[in-house]
Write a protein that binds this ligand. Structure first.
Ligand code: 13P
Length: 252
């Protein structure tokens, strides 16, 4: 179902105490009111996931993991399975973030296995795609995005794909303060929706939620979210500031 979503990716930040405080503060801000039709997702580091899902029993937000293992269980030291995430009521999981592609050399094949694991346990993948600055400057960004989307997801059946949230995160905009313009975001989102239409048909494409990520903040969210094909945001830095995070959720 196409939804308005604002998801906070905390990345590798905060101690336990700070994480607890931030969850509490998000709850406080939420009490002041966020539009009913906006889904808020918090994606803390995995050690704080259970803390977050406990909070989520009282407070209106969903919880997402930042990663999952491509394997189902067994001798994979340090890994966390989709079944484990599901056993602590995690709702979403980010897959294919550019930081995982870059620093952990995650390949499209691995990402597609992660997506399969998540779907098997009823967790919705937030699947990230995004081009590097040099790819945009050399005009290759549409080809790159097409490969990332099709290699990661287009092995799925229609009913499986209906559980996917897509996030467009241009790598040059992540943590740089350099946001894609609303026109650039709209152009890519419409392109991605077009690829989904070609593969799965217009009805499913129209129902797919596509988020924008990359220096999205309380000042620029409104203009970005006003674009026809931008259904919300995947927020990094600004999601660590409770007032800003909730302000972004009010920007539709
Ligand atoms: P920033 O909002 O800090 O640019 O990060 C975006 C991001 O990578 C979210 O996943």
């Amino acid at each position: 179902m196409r939804s308005k979503i604002v998801a906070g990716n905390w990345k590798m930040n905060l101690t336990f105490e700070k994480a607890d405080e931030l969850l509490y503060q998000i709850g406080e801000q939420l009490e002041k009111g966020v539009p009913q039709d906006v889904e808020l997702i918090v994606c803390p580091p995995s050690v704080y996931l259970e803390l977050a899902t406990d909070f989520a029993q009282e407070v209106e937000f969903k919880v997402g993991s930042q990663n999952v293992s491509q394997y189902s269980k067994g001798a994979y030291t340090g890994e966390i399975s989709a079944e484990m995430l599901s056993s602590i009521d995690v709702d979403y999981c980010i897959v294919g973030h550019s930081e995982r592609r870059k620093y952990f050399k995650e390949t499209s094949k691995e990402l597609s296995l992660k997506v399969e694991q998540l779907l098997e346990y009823g967790i919705q993948p937030i699947f990230c795609v995004g081009e590097l600055l040099e790819e945009r400057e050399s005009g290759k960004h549409f080809d790159v995005l097409k490969s990332q989307l099709s290699e990661g997801l287009f092995n799925l059946s229609e009913s499986e794909f209906s559980n996917i949230v897509v996030a467009y995160e241009p790598v040059w905009a992540i943590g740089t303060g350099k946001t894609a313009s609303p026109e650039q975001a709209q152009e890519v989102h419409a392109f991605l929706r077009g690829l989904i239409t070609e593969k799965y048909g217009k009805e499913l494409a129209d129902e797919t939620t596509i988020l924008y990520g990359g220096s999205c903040n309380a000042q620029n969210a409104k203009e970005l979210f006003a674009q026809n094909d931008v259904d919300g945001g995947l927020i990094g830095g600004a999601s660590l500031k409770p007032i800003d995070f909730i302000e972004i959720a009010k920007s539709f």
